[in-house]
Design a protein around this ligand. Structure first.
Ligand SMILES: [Mn+2]
Length: 317
């Protein structure tokens, strides 16, 4: 793609954003999602080098952490992760469900990690945008009054009436600084060329084959599991898994255009390693494993390995 067409696309995107912003200023009650980052390039300094004189350094891509801070720490210890030459990428659903979402974001910030926006980050960021639009206070801890004197039924009713009660509680638990960090996580992270792996891209759920990264449907990138006969992705489990279609499509492409996708989101299927896709959600939250794809440079090519640690069941903690 030429740089001018990239620029044109960028300005197309910008004008679309302006339209949405205009609607917002006209008093629409919908939250302002215009700051969602669709596609971002991983800075070149984080991409491992190859060759005789390569610098030391690995790219460590970790699947769905879901608030399992201690498991993430254990995995990084096992890898002897060193933030001075290694780079950590979290493939979305870092937060929600598990015991310590704030702790996971703190670790990510401490290690200078790059996060990708998963369906859970998207939900919570949606709640954050709505709360910000309503000018609600953002206390750093959940408001104790909110739960006081309410029975479970009332809480459920509250949840029903607000729609996103749990998401708002998590926003409050995370606080502004962590929410702003999450907001900067792109839907699609383009790592770049990694030799025989082709171009490497990290997303939370999947990519539609034959569609440019710029034109991918962001909601589907964070949610897809299957692709229908019409070629349209879906979050349903019935039908052909998206990565089957993706791998068949990659096989037909010239070598230089092949793309390997690293993704999470599908703990039911677990580790899914194929030629041009690597599914690494191995169900840490439910007492499975937390898994990383480790990419490093060698003399004339890149190599990758899978490293994982066992996790306690984090669902009821
Ligand atoms: Mn997910």
């Amino acid at each position: 793609m030429s740089s001018s067409s990239t620029l044109e696309q960028a300005s197309d995107e910008a004008s679309k954003l302006n339209v949405q912003k205009g609607d917002h200023f006209q008093g629409a009650a919908t939250p302002d999602f215009t700051d969602m980052i669709h596609l971002q390039d991983l800075p070149a300094e984080y991409v491992p080098e190859i060759g005789k004189h390569r610098k030391e350094g690995r790219l460590v891509i970790v699947g769905d952490v879901h608030g399992m801070r201690d498991s993430l720490q254990k995995l990084l210890h096992k890898l002897k992760f060193n933030k001075h030459h290694d780079h950590l990428v979290l493939a979305g659903d870092m937060i929600s469900k598990g015991p310590d979402s704030p702790g996971v974001v703190d670790l990510a910030m401490k290690y200078g990690a790059t996060g990708v926006r998963g369906n859970h980050e998207d939900r919570v960021l949606g709640a954050y945008a709505a709360m910000t639009a309503e000018h609600l206070e953002m206390p750093s801890v959940p408001d104790p009054d909110e739960k006081a004197d309410k029975t479970q039924d009332e809480l459920e009713e509250l949840s029903y009436s607000h729609g996103d009660y749990k998401d708002r509680a998590l926003v409050r638990a995370l606080g502004k600084e962590r929410m702003e960090w999450l907001k900067k996580c792109p839907v699609i992270l383009r790592v770049g060329d990694c030799g025989s792996m082709g171009k490497v891209v990290v997303v939370h759920a999947g990519l539609a084959p034959g569609v440019t990264l710029e034109k991918q449907d962001a909601t589907m990138v964070m949610n897809m599991r299957t692709i229908g006969k019409d070629g349209v992705p879906s979050d349903g489990r019935e039908g052909v898994h998206w990565q089957e279609v993706w791998n068949k499509y990659q096989d037909k492409l010239p070598k230089k255009q092949k793309t390997t996708v690293v993704y999470g989101h599908d703990s039911k299927r677990g580790l899914q390693l194929e030629k041009h896709s690597m599914g690494i959600d191995t169900g840490c939250l439910k007492g499975g494993r937390l898994t990383a794809v480790v990419i490093e440079g060698a003399h004339s090519d890149y190599k990758h390995s899978i490293v994982s640690v066992g996790c306690p069941d984090g669902r009821h903690s």
